[in-house]
Design a protein around this ligand. Sequence first.
Ligand SMILES: [Zn+2]
Length: 345
Amino acid sequence: MVLTTDSKRWVKRLLTGSHAMSLAARFAPPAALILAYHSIHNHPDEYADTIGANNIHETSVFEKHMELVARNFSSVTLDEILLFLEGKRSLPPRAVAVTFDDGYRDNLEFAAPVLARYGIRGTFFVTVDYIGASKLPWFIRLRYAFWNTRLVSWRGPWSERTFKLESLEDRRCAFLAACEYGARRVGAAQEEVISGIEHELEIEPPAANEMMMTWDEVRKLHSAGHLIGSHTLTHPNMAFVGEQEARLEFQESKRRLEKELGVRVEHFSYPHPVLDPNWTDRTAAICREVGFVSGVTTVSAPVRRGQNPYSLPRLYTPRELSDFRWHLERSLFQRAQGRAHACDV
Ligand SMILES: [Zn+2]
């Protein structure tokens, strides 16, 4: 029998509504779920050619998610999950932590008030070089360039093929190929590649327009009780850059965050700009050596005792509330490691 999307939703609603799954999860070993968000906006469509629709949750959708977390789960922080992994404390049943990547200003403007309403303390992973900077993250500049160029094809200086730029799908395909060049580089080398592609596409970079937080805004989140973590300096794929470059991204982002916030910064989130995997045993080892206590990934699975704290899985967050609830309920008793979810550019 083939189930339609509507009938699948109906079955999921029936199962989650009947408490059968929460009952089943009671017999599974203790677990925590870490949720991954990026941008929260009232009008996501306005940012389709910069942040990208897939990376944005509408504020009202996010509010419904948090209302469900507050009502049906126990919200915890990453610090509490680490203590659980170290065997120093137990977790409340159905523990859920909420995290955000990249450092968008909307996190303070739209997400933080919702979190405050439901008494949830989140963790915000910021990309240090873009905090208060005049330039936007490289993947936003690339999306803007490919979405807005007047050219109908592109053959970048580093590319082995010519990409059509006629339909939106063509542009997305070329954008993802170009992202591979940014993802493999850091700092000035990365900037050179991105500005080279903008030049090829005859596009000026978009105005920064307060899209990313300033240091004062990051400090406001911290003062409100949220944790701040590192999402590197320049958002490369850490598994695809050299050891010295990776070490600098870990070390320097930590040092600058600690200098700006005046507190220890202990949590790290691996960027996932195309290319798999986005972390390896080598990156996990450097993450530990430079003094972080955790590293979160984009592998969708629950956190259980025995999990390496430097490769903590995080759940993707489906927008539709019944899908979101199903995903959380099912994950509570999922045993196997999940697959990496969509990349974060
Ligand atoms: Zn990211």
